[in-house]
Structures are given as C-alpha cells and as structure tokens.
Design a protein around this ligand. Structure first.
Ligand code: G1P
Length: 299
C-alpha cells in the first residue's frame, strides 16, 4: 500500500545574491510578492496539498524566516488592544499555517545536499520538495496532481514545464517517453543545465518534486556535479534508471500558471501578475497599467 505523504521540504539556504543589496541582511525568501513574503506562498501551497509538516532547510542570516512563522506577542497584543481584527488575522495567518521545522544546511554544497539534510526529519517515507523561487498559482494545483500520480505509480515524480529552448540552460532538462496519460511522461534521462544544442528536450524540471526515501542513500554517495555542487538532478538520474527497483521517475507536465521569483525581471512580472489578479488591487491597478503602457516606445 502507498504511504500517505505528510511532509514537505523547502530548501531555503541560498544567499540570494541576485537581489543584492535587498538581500544583504534579509533572506530572499522574505521578499514581498504583493504583500506576502515569497516563502509564505510556497508553504501555503504545501498545506493546500495536505502537507502540513514543513521542514525549511535554512542557513545563516535566515532568522527572519523562523520569526515569520512564529508568534509575535507584542504586535498581537497591540492589534488586539486596538480591536484591529483584520490585521491581527493577517499576522496570525503565517503562525497558524503549518507545523514548521528547521534544519540548517551548514556548507552550501548544492540542492542535493540541502535535500539530504532533511533525512533525519523525513525518515523512511516519501516526501515532497518545493523550491522557493517558483510560485505555482493556487488555482492550478500542481502538487496535488503530483501526489496523486505518486500514489498511482509509486514512483518519483517531477514537475516539467515546456520552455523556450533559449532558456533550457537554466534548468534540469528531461529526456522522456510518453505514457497513456497526455499529462504524464516517463523520464528516461536528465541533464542539469545543458546548453540548447545538447538538451534532450525543452521540458524543464521546475521546483516541485515528490521523492522516494531511497533518494537519500543515492544523494549520500552522489559526487559534486555541475558547478561543483551535489545535484539533485544527478540523484534523480539514477532513480530514473531504476536499477534498485524504486519505480523510476515520471514527470507531470504542468500547463498552469507559474511565477518565477528567482531573478529580478521575473520577480517584477510575478508581483504585477499576482496584484492584477487580486480583488483588492486589480480593479485599480489594471486601468492604471493599461494607461501606463500606452506611453511605451517599444522600437
Ligand atoms: C534547480 C535544479 C534544476 C531545476 C531548477 C528549477 O536549479 O538544480 O534542475 O530545473 O532548480 O527551478 P537552481 O534554479 O536552484 O539553480
């Protein structure tokens, strides 16, 4: 029988150098996307998919993350005294969201290493990994779909997105075979950040994974790969070969809305897109935006 998955792991130890100086003294995961820190969207997504046990893999300079998901007695008392229940609710949202746990990565040896740091917490059970740079629109529940696919196939599941060949070098790229489901492919190979000419396809691995616990043993012996880092992609490559009978790797091809907050331009787009969709901001922002862009000279 398949085991119900309850744990989500979110690597959040990166230095966020692409956002300096904003991230000099503040974790990049705390950058606001409209009015919520990016990390809160990701934790909410895990909880929406039924995973309320969340482990953040953090590092130095990341105390703000723990504080964000903890009580803040003084502020709560002040808001209560004022009777400002709307703001109090906003403060409490992140506190009551999930059962949060933390482990530090120590040396920044790569994504594979960060995932390996979750071993003690996760134990011998399948689990999900969510990367903080990707925000998946709550209306397009990708992780829920991936968990269902894991239950069906008892295999490792990755999320794949068709990208422009010009940007495949930013991702892990998958070699795939079709299955009887048009949204699901079998992953036969993976290459971390290939140039367009050697990429096996333009299907990019995006930051959602459902992993079998066997991945820990593999990561433990995975040598540093691309960029001198221990790559999750390399361990998944071994899972895809299915030598030890762990079910192989399948990809759910995502066709929904995804917002990348990993670099400045994409981050700005994400903020605008999500704000336009909000009932409290969209009605005023949309006409303003429409007028603003008419002044652009795009030649
Ligand atoms: C990581 C993975 C890569 C994956 C990407 C998704 O890279 O190594 O395979 O495609 O996340 O966002 P990073 O973006 O951390 O460099």
């Amino acid at each position: 029988m398949t085991q119900r998955i309850t744990k989500a792991v979110i690597p959040a130890a990166g230095l966020g150098t692409r956002f300096l100086p904003a991230t000099k003294a503040m974790p990049k995961e705390m950058l606001p996307v409209v009015d919520k820190p990016a990390i809160q969207y990701v934790v909410e997504e895990a909880v929406d998919a039924g995973l309320s046990d969340v482990l953040l893999v953090t590092g130095r300079n990341k105390n703000a993350l723990e504080n964000h998901f903890d009580r803040v007695a003084e502020l709560e008392a002040t808001l209560e005294r004022k009777g400002d229940t709307a703001k109090l609710e906003k403060v409490n949202e992140s506190t009551e969201l999930a059962d949060m746990h933390y482990v530090r990565q120590g040396d920044p040896l790569g994504l594979g290493h960060a995932v390996l740091r979750a071993r003690m917490h996760v134990g011998d059970h399948p689990f999900a990994v969510l990367l903080g740079d990707d925000i998946i629109d709550a209306r397009d529940p990708l992780l829920t779909r991936m968990l269902a696919e894991h239950d069906r196939r008892e295999a490792t599941i990755v999320a794949l997105l068709e990208v422009d060949p010009d940007s495949i070098h930013l991702y892990g790229a998958a070699a795939v075979e079709p299955t009887d489901d048009p949204d699901v492919v079998r992953v036969t190979g993976l290459v971390e950040k290939p140039t367009a000419d050697v990429a096996p396809s333009n299907l990019a691995v995006i930051g959602r994974y459902v992993l079998r616990p066997e991945v820990f043993d593999i990561l433990d012996r995975t040598e540093p790969g691309k960029g001198g880092e221990i790559q999750l992609t390399d361990a998944l490559m071994e899972m895809a070969a299915d030598i030890e009978g762990t079910g192989g790797v399948y990809g759910v091809v995502f066709r929904g809305r995804r917002y990348d907050t990993g670099d400045k331009l994409d981050y700005i787009k994400a903020v605008v897109q999500l704000a336009v969709d909000r009932d409290d901001l969209g009605p005023e922002l949309k006409p303003w935006l429409a007028e603003y862009v008419t002044g652009f000279d795009l030649d």
